[in-house]
Every structure is written in C-alpha cells, then in structure tokens.
Design a protein around this ligand. Structure first.
Ligand code: BTN
Length: 246
C-alpha cells in the first residue's frame, strides 16, 4: 500500500456474506483494482482503492478515479465466470434503491437521472475473472473532468444528500453475494432475463452506425441480437440509438 486508505473506507460494516468478501484489501492508491483482482486473491476477494492511478474503462479508455469521491473496487473470481455483468449491474441497482432509482444503459452503464453514476468492467485473464465497479458517490460537478461533466453524476448530486461510501459498498457487496450465489448455482438465464428486461431494449428499433434493426433478444454474454433486413446480427457493444418501440 503506497498511501494510507482513508478512515471512511476502512469502516465497512460487517458483511455477513458467503462468497463475496472473504478477503477484503483496501488501498490508499493502486493502479487498477481490476488488475489486482485478475492477478491474485481467492474466490470473492474484494480490492478497494481510494484512488486509482490507471483505472480503466471499456475499450481501453481510462476511468476517472479521484480520491475521496467514489467507490472503485473489484471482485476476484478464480474461474472464467459468465454473467458477472448481469450480477454486478443488478446488485448495484438493488443496493442503490434506498437512495435512488437507476436505469441501465446498454451495454454496461448505470444511470441516475439520465447521467452515468456507475460503470462496470468485467475482464477475464487465463482462468480468472474480475468484476470491476466504479460508483461516483461524492462528486460535485467541478470534481469531474470538463469533458465528463455533461454526462456524469454522483449519488450525492442525484439525491441532494450526503452519502457514506462504506454503507453503499457494504450494500453492493451484500446484494452481489446473493446474485453470484445464484449464478454459481445455474441461475445465469434468470439473471440474463432480469437484466435484459431492465435494459428495455428488446423489441425496440435501433440504429448502430449504418445498421438498423429490431432488438430480437439479448444473449447470455449481454450481446444484442438484432433482426435486420439482411438477417440477424450480433452486437457486443457500441453506442446504439433507440428509434422506436415498447
Ligand atoms: C466503463 O464504464 O467504461 C467501466 C468503468 C469501470 C471502472 C471500474 S473502477 C474499479 C475497477 N477498476 C478499474 O480499473 N476499472 C473498474
């Protein structure tokens, strides 16, 4: 640990979980919690950092991970587990419910009031998986880099109330424990269905680059199955525009 972790992150209330949080490692500053979870830790080990120097998002983008403001954490799994995105997103939604109702923006954003409050990054390396979750908690608008300001929010901005990071963290880990246990006992299809329903894309007409079609389904990897005039296409990620539908 290169810098001391702040007191509020060190005071996580008891978890009472079975799979998640057998080991909890809290850092003042590290490169990326996902990087650590991909390299070490037993099943369900949690890596938390107050600040990430190389926090990463999807498509090789960096993830703004300033100290004192957010929850930047990853959970390690000792197998290449499918469905972690569904488990993570649903756990975040359920844990945030006492604070705010969130929506999902396909493929892996969690929005509050139409702005991004949380991003999720699942990575696999060799026989391991990492579920990385970044939640903006205490940011004021000026805490975000200028280019993010219009599209990003935090729990405190969205609720108008002070929010304790360790309470949110405890609740997410607790909800995640239930979701991951379901996944490990064959519940992938149940989680996929619940997540797909919450994304509200099935049956909608969408455009992606020069492709237009109707979302027929979302598969077990989270990809959109799109019925187009040229047949079915599978879309793993990208900025889709919703044209019409349910
Ligand atoms: C995205 O929306 O692009 C995904 C962002 C994921 C950020 C989290 S913060 C904790 C974990 N460690 C990382 O380096 N990234 C994820």
């Amino acid at each position: 640990m290169s810098e001391q972790a702040p007191q509020d992150l060190l005071s996580i209330p008891p978890l009472n979980t079975e799979v998640i949080g057998g080991e909890i490692l809290i850092f003042g500053q590290i490169d990326s919690t996902n990087e650590h979870a991909l390299n070490r830790g037993g099943e369900g080990a949690v890596f938390i950092a107050d600040k990430q120097t190389a926090g990463r998002g999807r498509h090789g983008r960096s993830w703004h991970s300033a100290p004192g403001l957010g929850l930047w954490f990853s959970i390690a799994f000792e197998s290449p587990m499918e469905g972690l995105l569904f488990a993570g997103a649903l756990a975040v939604r359920d844990a945030l419910r006492p604070f705010i109702e969130v929506t999902f923006k396909w493929p892996n954003d969690v929005l509050a009031g139409g702005k991004k409050v949380c991003g999720i990054l699942v990575e696999h390396r060799q026989a391991r998986s990492a579920l990385g979750i970044g939640i903006n908690v205490r940011h004021r608008p000026e805490d975000f880099p200028e280019e993010l300001r219009e599209h990003a929010t935090s729990l405190e901005l969205a609720t108008g109330h002070p929010v304790e990071r360790c309470v949110v963290l405890r609740d997410v880990l607790h909800k995640l424990d239930g979701r991951v246990k379901l996944l490990q006992s064959g519940g992938l299809e149940e989680l996929r269905r619940e997540w797909a329903e919450a994304c509200r894309l099935t049956g909608r007409r969408i455009r992606f680059e020069d492709m237009e079609g109707t979302v027929a389904d979302i598969d077990s990897t989270g990809a959109l199955i799109i019925a187009t005039s040229q047949g079915r296409r599978r879309l793993i990620s990208g900025a889709v525009t919703v044209l019409s539908g349910a």
